[in-house]
Design a protein around this ligand. Structure first.
Ligand SMILES: Nc1nc2c(c(=O)[nH]1)N[C@H]1C(S)=C(S)[C@@H](COP(=O)(O)OP(=O)(O)OC[C@H]3O[C@@H](n4cnc5c(=O)[nH]c(N)nc54)[C@H](O)[C@@H]3O)O[C@H]1N2
Ligand SMILES: Nc1nc2c(c(=O)[nH]1)N[C@H]1C(S)=C(S)[C@@H](COP(=O)(O)OP(=O)(O)OC[C@H]3O[C@@H](n4cnc5c(=O)[nH]c(N)nc54)[C@H](O)[C@@H]3O)O[C@H]1N2
Ligand SMILES: [Mo]
Length: 563
């Protein structure tokens, strides 16, 4: 998610994980839209330890997460109202004279335009949108602004919205307003999701850049890669996932190579995804298991897991680290790089890479931010990029003294509503996410006895008041329906969600959350609105389906899913 690019010049954690260990009673943590103890447990524990040492903890999450339970101030806002919340906090900081004026004057631009929008967001108005009491908004703003150092952490509660970029820019606004960028224990810190998603983005697995975020549209960059690869390259920005699906429907994309993803369970509105994948002329899936997506593929290429190969992973704070093979690959599976190399050769492009290090060395010769990182140096531990040469120690904190884009840019941002809100027919709001014991579409964790044993089946969190009015008790089987589709799961009656909000995970293939979700994307990044749509929930009544017996119903439930 590169929204931050517009504010500072790059989109990664600005600071390092370990700074959390240095935080003391005069510092503050602002965790917004992150269920940190469940999804980034090591970082979550560091947050709670800081809290134990007296660091103030402000949490903004509609659900009662573990971090929310430990917070000094918990802002339980309505999903999709983060822009209003952050503007409202900025209003308090500005009007109470708590802004870091020296930082704003020296390091930033566009402040007046930002201020003009923010001045509408009085605590009363903000409260009317977010449903957070005005005094809590004021108190949270004071904690952030008065802290010696305040660090903001965010994840999918911020990005998975049609306003994802607006949300991200708003987090940058409040941290610049309080002068918390470019200093230890501060920063805007998006915690990346997968072990190596940072590395994948660094390697150019994005539609618009080569390695190290070098734009495909830049003629010098293009020329450099054409020379190195002895090939003609396109200067056109490629498609993101929603655009690929649209292009398949229009017959503009005819083949797809899916590599380490399970879109039949992880993409929004999977009835639509299935339609698109089946419409393709040719689908290749490269995975370590036969996933739901692999099952509809023409060719499946067996890769190997992290434990069966050498290479590097780049962690969420940009630290590049070595991974080493611990077990031999089984059967005819191969490390992903070997499969790709063999395909290149089969397509008459001679690729003679002999090891991951060989590929790494070519990459760093073309990537200024990785140029100084070598396998040899990594023997002594991880190195955070940018690292321009072999004598450079790496860069744990970005933007000290100067942003990569020069001045930090304030963004004036108006509040916009989510794409789909509850109405008469679909009266409850649904948000989706994760639990600690399962990972994404469950391909790996559901094969792991200990993890799957702890949470073997799916559920829908629903507030006791809503459950009561729907005559639903804890553990009841229920149907959950949106405009896109329906699924069956069990009710978990809990105050973790407030009245009007329900929550489901996308871990369980039997009750696949993405049958329900809305594919409406953020206009800039294409990230879908996984975090808000509207649903109706009903206690299962088998007679609805013309069956007296549960057994017959089970058979029919497949058809029900597809309705
Ligand atoms: N155990 C486990 N850990 C994981 C993963 C996993 O599948 N399982 N996946 C990894 C990956 S790839 C990722 S991206 C991360 C995701 O990590 P997180 O983003 O922490 O996880 P989520 O559960 O998607 O959502 C986080 C929180 O957003 C809140 N939320 C919902 N709507 C809103 C909103 O409008 N505003 C705000 N502020 N908050 C909202 C939810 O209540 C939830 O508590 O986790 C990583 N770690
Ligand atoms: N409703 C809803 N949907 C969501 C989200 C949400 O919050 N709500 N979150 C979204 C987010 S943030 C993410 S990151 C996506 C995740 O979506 P996906 O990435 O599609 O989900 P995974 O289940 O992690 O799929 C990864 C696949 O890679 C395979 N794999 C693992 N290691 C290797 C390897 O070394 N090589 C190869 N070739 N394959 C490997 C696994 O077996 C698995 O099938 O889901 C998104 N979907
Ligand atoms: Mo993710």
């Amino acid at each position: 998610m590169s929204g931050l690019g517009t504010a500072f010049g790059s989109g990664a954690m600005t600071n390092s994980i370990h700074e959390l260990d240095e935080m003391g009673p005069k510092d503050a943590i602002f965790a917004i839209g992150t269920n940190t103890t469940e999804c980034h447990p090591i970082i979550g524990i560091k947050m709670l330890k800081a809290k134990e040492r007296g660091t103030k903890l402000v949490v903004a999450d509609p659900r009662k997460t573990d971090v929310a339970l430990h917070a000094d101030i918990w802002l339980r806002h309505k999903p999709g109202t983060d822009v209003a919340l952050l503007n409202g906090m900025s209003y308090v900081i500005l009007t109470e004279g708590l802004a870091d004026e020296a930082f704003i004057a020296k390091r930033t631009e566009n402040f007046e335009a930002f201020k003009e929008v923010v001045m509408k967001f009085t605590p009363k108005y903000t409260s009317s949108i977010t449903k957070v009491p005005a005094d809590k908004i004021i108190e949270a703003a004071r904690i952030i602004a008065k802290a010696d150092a305040a660090a903001l952490y965010y994840t999918m509660g911020i990005t998975q919205h049609t306003t994802g970029v607006d949300n991200v820019l708003s987090t940058a606004n409040i941290m610049m307003l309080t002068g918390n960028i470019g200093k230890p224990k501060g920063g805007v810190n998006p915690l990346r999701g997968q072990n190596n998603v940072q590395g994948a983005c660094d390697m150019g697995a994005l539609p618009n850049v080569y390695t190290g975020y070098q734009p495909v549209t830049n003629p010098d960059v293009k020329a450099k890669f054409e020379k190195a690869w002895n090939a003609q390259l396109s200067d056109k920005v490629g498609l993101n996932i929603p655009s690929i699906l649209n292009a398949i429907e229009k017959d503009e994309v005819k083949m797809l190579y899916v590599f380490g993803e399970n879109p039949m369970r992880s993409d929004p509105d999977i009835n639509h995804v299935e339609h698109c994948l089946k419409h393709l002329d040719f689908l290749v899936v490269q995975d370590i298991f036969l996933t739901e997506t692999a099952k509809v593929a023409d060719v499946v290429l067996p890769g190997v897991s992290y434990a069966e190969k050498d290479g590097t992973f780049s962690s969420t704070d940009r630290t590049v680290q070595r991974i080493r093979k611990a077990v031999e690959p089984i059967g005819n599976s191969l490390p992903d790089w070997q499969i790709l190399r063999d395909i290149m050769n089969a397509m008459d492009y001679p690729a003679d890479y002999s090891s991951p290090e060989d590929i790494f060395d070519e990459m760093r010769s073309l990537t200024p931010s990785y140029a100084g990182i070598s396998y040899k140096r990594l023997e002594d531990g991880g190195i955070p990029w940018p690292c321009p040469n072999e004598n450079h120690p790496g860069t744990p904190i970005l933007h000290i003294g100067k942003f990569s884009r020069g001045l930090g840019k304030f963004s004036p941002i108006e509040y916009r509503e989510p794409a789909e809100l509850p109405d008469k027919e679909y009266p409850l709001m649904l948000t989706t996410g994760r639990i600690v014991t399962q990972y994404h579409t469950g391909t790996m964790t559901r094969r792991c006895w200990g993890l799957n044993g702890a949470d073997p089946e799916g559920f829908l969190e629903i507030n006791p008041e809503d459950a009561k009015s729907l005559n639903i008790e804890d553990g009841d089987e229920i149907s959950v329906t949106t405009r896109r589709g329906s699924l069956i799961t069990k009710a978990q009656v809990t105050t973790r969600v407030p009245e009007g909000l329900t929550f489901i995970t996308f871990h369980f293939t039997e009750s696949p959350a993405n049958i329900l979700t809305n594919s409406a994307p953020d206009p800039v990044t294409g990230t879908p609105e996984f975090k808000v749509c509207s649903v109706k929930v009903k206690k299962l009544d088998f007679s609805d389906f013309g069956c007296q017996k549960r057994k017959i119903f089970r058979k029919k439930s497949k058809a029900f899913e597809r309705k």
